[in-house]
Design a protein around this ligand. Structure first.
Ligand code: 5GP
Ligand code: MG
Length: 181
């Protein structure tokens, strides 16, 4: 099995590029049916979901606006529980009475999404749904699961397809998982 090195860690392939692209197309086909006749307001959660969002929207056929927000976490990014968060980019969002789709790279505990959904809820959209490229069911502690998921994965650290390990690896076309040996 091919392994790659990022900083001090080794990673091995988990989801190849071809499998990713087929899945993204199929997610888009589902959304094309569900949101037919509506204007979709997609909210791309930076930084990690920039590639997933870019690929997904190019297979969508409804009229859309694409917005970008960023959720900051104070302290260790991987320790989600109980930390203080802030959202950038919400002020310029005009989504009252609109159909909103939050596009996430990965949902782990679900705390980031829960926080963001509350903030977006307060802007009174007509509807809010969430699409996530990856979902870790074993570590999920939230109350509301994403409506659409690309892949369920084990509770292991992954990089690639927009997601980083200490800012590196975002450009990788496949998803790689931490390789412990
Ligand atoms: P949460 O635990 O709040 O659902 O996830 C918080 C954030 O942690 C995610 O949006 C993502 O940025 C990051 N994260 C969670 N799991 C992973 C992972 O396996 N790899 C990477 N690169 N980031 C992750
Ligand atoms: Mg994220």
């Amino acid at each position: 099995m091919e392994t790659i090195k990022i900083h001090d860690k080794s990673f091995q392939i988990l989801i190849p590029e071809t499998v990713i692209m087929e899945r993204v197309k199929s997610l888009a086909e589902t959304l094309n049916v569900i949101y037919e006749g509506k204007t979709l307001h997609i909210i791309c959660v930076l930084n990690g979901s920039f590639i997933f969002t870019a690929d997904l929207v190019r297979y969508l056929t409804m009229p859309m606006e694409i917005h970008f927000v960023r959720v900051s976490t104070y302290g260790n990014e991987r320790v989600s529980s109980g930390s203080t968060r802030e959202v950038w980019g919400l002020d310029s969002l005009n989504i009252s009475q609109k159909s909103v789709l939050i596009a996430e790279d990965i949902i782990d505990t679900g705390f980031t999404l829960e926080f963001l959904r509350q903030k977006i809820d307060a802007l009174r959209p007509e509807s809010i749904e969430t699409i996530t490229f990856l979902f870790k069911p074993e570590s999920f502690k939230g109350t509301k699961r994403p409506e659409y998921t690309g892949f369920n994965i084990p509770d292991d650290f992954v990089v690639g397809y927009g997601m980083d390990y200490a800012q590196m690896g975002r450009e990788l076309r496949a998803i790689y998982q931490l390789y412990e040996d």
